[in-house]
Design a protein around this ligand. Structure first.
Ligand code: HEM
Length: 183
């Protein structure tokens, strides 16, 4: 069987385009790659975790000198998620806060709505425009404003970070992302 040259060219072009668009996983212009205990977003934004005893320890690597956060299982947008938000101030002090999604685009400290603060700081550093936060949270804190996090279960994890220098818990994100992750 012989094919005309234009058909062959169109088929080859189709294969090349398929290769480009199907070759990686692209969501909202952010590249996501997942390994057993790490998720990398856009190559320079990542988080990893490990279960230790009754806790789960997270490491957030974020391309900002402002705040960085992770959130678990919103019901819609930012609502009802369990958040840990943190930043490293100019003098190197590390601030962390355990929050809850009180609205579609709002969050508040658990302690301000009758819950408890359940986060243990391990370390926090800021270097070359990047922030690394390491903290541990209970797998089951018993607080109604926290999620129970079990190894092997899948969660909607939302991530966000603030503008450079935004050392606070209140300013809006410069970037935000949602991924499904099996912990
Ligand atoms: C006080 C701090 C924050 C403010 C004022 C804020 C505000 C907003 C606003 C106005 C939107 C809608 C516009 C948009 O899509 O960008 C939004 C969406 C979103 N925010 Fe936030 N946010 C804050 C903190 C956070 C944090 C800490 C996280 C995650 C760790 C987060 C994750 C998201 C996500 C994933 C969306 C998209 C939701 C969707 O479209 O389904 N935000 N936020």
């Amino acid at each position: 069987m012989r094919f005309s040259r234009p058909i062959v060219i169109w088929v080859l072009l189709g294969l090349v385009l398929f290769g480009i668009f199907a070759g990686g996983k692209k969501e909202d212009e952010v590249w996501v790659s997942t390994t057993e205990n790490e998720v990398i977003l856009d190559t320079d934004w990542s988080f990893s975790w490990r279960f230790i005893g009754e806790e789960i320890e997270f490491t957030l690597n974020i391309p900002t000198t402002g705040w960085a956060a992770i959130g678990f299982d919103p019901s819609r947008m930012m609502k009802d998620a369990h958040y840990i938000i943190g930043y490293v101030s100019n003098d190197g002090s590390v601030f962390l806060r355990d929050d809850f999604g009180t609205g579609d685009t709002r969050h508040a400290p658990d302690t301000s709505i009758g819950g408890t603060e359940d986060v243990r700081m391990v370390s926090g550093t800021e270097k070359d425009g990047k922030t690394t936060l390491v903290f541990a949270i209970p797998q089951d804190s018993g607080d109604m404003y926290d999620k129970v996090l079990k190894a092997g279960s899948t969660y909607t994890i939302i991530l966000a970070y603030g503008a450079n220098g935004a050392d606070n818990f209140t300013s809006i994100h410069r970037a935000r992302k949602s991924v499904e992750v099996k912990l």
